[in-house]
Design a protein around this ligand. Structure first.
Ligand code: PRP
Ligand code: MG
Length: 176
């Protein structure tokens, strides 16, 4: 039977030479693939208390929306700088070249709320760590972080686990 990773397309040399881009749009576009991914992402959280799902821009919105719907909890986006209309808190993080900023509405998470963090891919863990910092600054408690893809060579899982966070991923790919 086809597994989640079999629905993921690899595009060589995107966005630049030497990068193997793991394209989840082919997974999202397939009715069996998308349902399988959401079901498998939900599996570890049966019986676990979760108050909010936080999705990281951009593909974390697609996954996080479906997961929040299934858990019957609210969905909260963490967005790139300048996209959220209300009062925000901001967090910078390192990219391969330079740095970026992500933002969260300052009233989106209440102190003590139990939060599940969702994104498509874990590479260096910089994006997820920035998201975790934002959630924790509002007093949210991170229950777990879940991804479709882990790139273990980039160290994101170790980085998040060193912060004491639980990490789940449906599959892993070697290399960048
Ligand atoms: C990709 C991916 C993750 C992040 C992982 O997003 O979707 O969000 O990189 O990398 P990291 O673990 O090294 O931080 P990207 O920043 O390309 O933006 P997008 O999701 O808005 O396309
Ligand atoms: Mg992203």
């Amino acid at each position: 039977m086809k597994q989640v990773q079999d629905y993921i397309r690899t595009i060589v040399d995107f966005p630049h030479e030497g990068i193997m881009f793991r394209d989840v749009t082919t997974l999202f576009a397939d009715p069996r693939g998308f349902r399988m991914a959401i079901d498998q992402m939900l599996h570890p959280y049966a019986g676990i208390a979760i108050d909010k799902v936080v999705g990281l821009e951009a593909r974390g919105f697609i996954l996080g929306g479906a997961i929040a719907h299934q858990l019957s909890v609210g969905f909260v986006p963490i967005r790139k700088k300048g996209k959220l209309p209300g009062t925000v808190i901001s967090q910078d993080y390192q990219l391969e070249y330079g740095e970026a900023i992500v933002e969260l509405h300052d009233d989106a998470i209440k102190p003590g709320e139990k939060v599940l963090v969702v994104d498509d891919l874990l590479a260096t863990g910089g994006t997820a760590e920035a998201g975790i910092k934002l959630i924790e600054r509002l007093g949210g408690e991170i229950v777990s972080c879940t991804f479709i893809i882990d790139l273990p060579e980039l160290g994101g899982r170790k980085r998040l686990e060193a912060l004491g966070k639980e990490v789940h991923a449906l599959c892993a790919f070697d290399g960048l």
